[in-house]
Ligand binder design. Structure first.
Ligand SMILES: [Mn+2]
Length: 355
């Protein structure tokens, strides 16, 4: 069943006449439109669907959003919506509670008479959790670009380089391989800064003996990649080695046991148990992982609180880590697809420790 058909079924279940899609990623997901300024009106039960945009995007919308009726708004989007809802007799319309601002909500209520708006979660959030073949292919390509960037970095990383220089090398390399932008602000956290789970790159020069956390990713045709490796320059000491192996063990525990039917929180618990048993529970202060796709963070969340049941086609990161103030930190992150029999690692980068 197509994404649109699933959406329409959901609207029928909810007894809504239509849903106003306002999140750009969801406009793209349902229509293929890549522009940044548009909204969709998805109608229940077989009716037409509409893409509403302005003059700047007319040609792009015509070529990208096949199957959608194009509506151009001129002076007022509210007025255009009011006319459309009235003409097609759409009286109960769902709106995205996570996306619509309070002022837009007030505007809709005031300037679109005869329609009742129902703020709620956009069902696209649910649909996007399970990736189809086409999406999986793009995600694999995004991961492959990051993998190549990591290998490239292994060749050139050396004491004296600054965190920003390292970030730039990764980012430049990924762009050259077809990545359209960084998936998020690149994290290069070295030495004592490795204790910061989200320490973005600074001008600090890396030194022999430093732990260096590299967390980066790219976007390929809308789809994100996310990888973390921790390196040490030179020979690790006993404690560094011990803690690295602990994080690795927690990671591999998940790689071996994560499977469909399991709850997201149970996947989190697999890693957490290993780290807690070694006495580092307090040092693993974040979730095990998150879904990845058109956004860098999406459902499901592999957190102690997420009850989502894992299903084949979900893409998640697994990224256990421990962080110790004044000492540094270690995190190892790969992306996985949940398969009918378990899970498959998408990330191919080796988990080398010392360079
Ligand atoms: Mn991540």
């Amino acid at each position: 069943m197509s994404r649109l058909a699933k959406m329409k079924n959901w609207l029928q279940d909810k007894e809504l006449d239509a849903f106003l899609i306002t999140k750009p990623v969801h406009c793209y997901y349902l229509s293929g439109f890549t522009g940044t300024s548009a909204c969709l009106v998805i109608t229940s039960s077989g009716g037409k669907d509409f893409l509403i945009t302005d003059f700047r995007y007319q040609e792009q919308a015509e070529s990208e959003a096949k199957g959608f009726e194009l509506v151009l708004w001129k002076s007022s989007l509210f007025q255009t919506l009011a006319e459309l809802f009235q003409f097609y007799d759409l009286k109960k319309v769902g709106i995205d509670e996570d996306e619509i601002t309070l002022s837009t909500y007030e505007g809709l209520k005031k300037e679109v008479p005869g329609v009742t708006f129902f703020p709620q979660k956009d069902y696209c959030i649910e649909l996007r959790k399970i990736k189809d073949e086409g999406e999986l292919k793009l995600l694999k390509k995004a991961v492959e670009i990051s993998d190549k960037a990591f290998l490239h970095l292994l060749d050139l990383i050396r004491p004296g380089l600054t965190e920003s220089e390292i970030a730039l090398e990764l980012e430049f390399f990924m762009r050259r391989l077809g990545g359209s932008k960084n998936a998020f602000e690149t994290i290069v956290a070295s030495g004592y800064r490795a204790a910061l789970p989200h320490g973005v790159a600074t001008t600090r020069a890396i030194q022999t003996g430093d732990l260096v956390i590299l967390d980066f990713g790219t976007v390929y045709q809308g789809y994100h990649s996310d990888i973390t490796r921790t390196l040490i320059l030179g020979e690790p000491d006993k404690l560094q080695k011990e803690r690295y192996n602990l994080v690795l063990k927690a990671h591999e525990e998940v790689a071996q046991k994560m499977q469909p039917g399991m709850r997201a929180r149970e996947a989190d618990a697999l890693a957490r148990r290993v780290i807690e048993a070694a006495g580092y529970g307090e040092n693993f202060g974040h979730s095990l992982g998150h879904g990845v796709g058109l956004e860098i963070h999406e459902g499901p969340s592999l957190s102690p609180r997420d009850e989502t049941i894992l299903e084949p086609g979900m893409i998640v990161t697994v990224e256990p880590g421990i962080y110790i103030s004044g000492w540094g930190g270690i995190r190892l992150e790969d992306m996985y697809v949940i398969t009918p029999g378990g899970c498959e690692r998408l990330t191919k980068s080796p988990k080398v420790f010392n360079v």
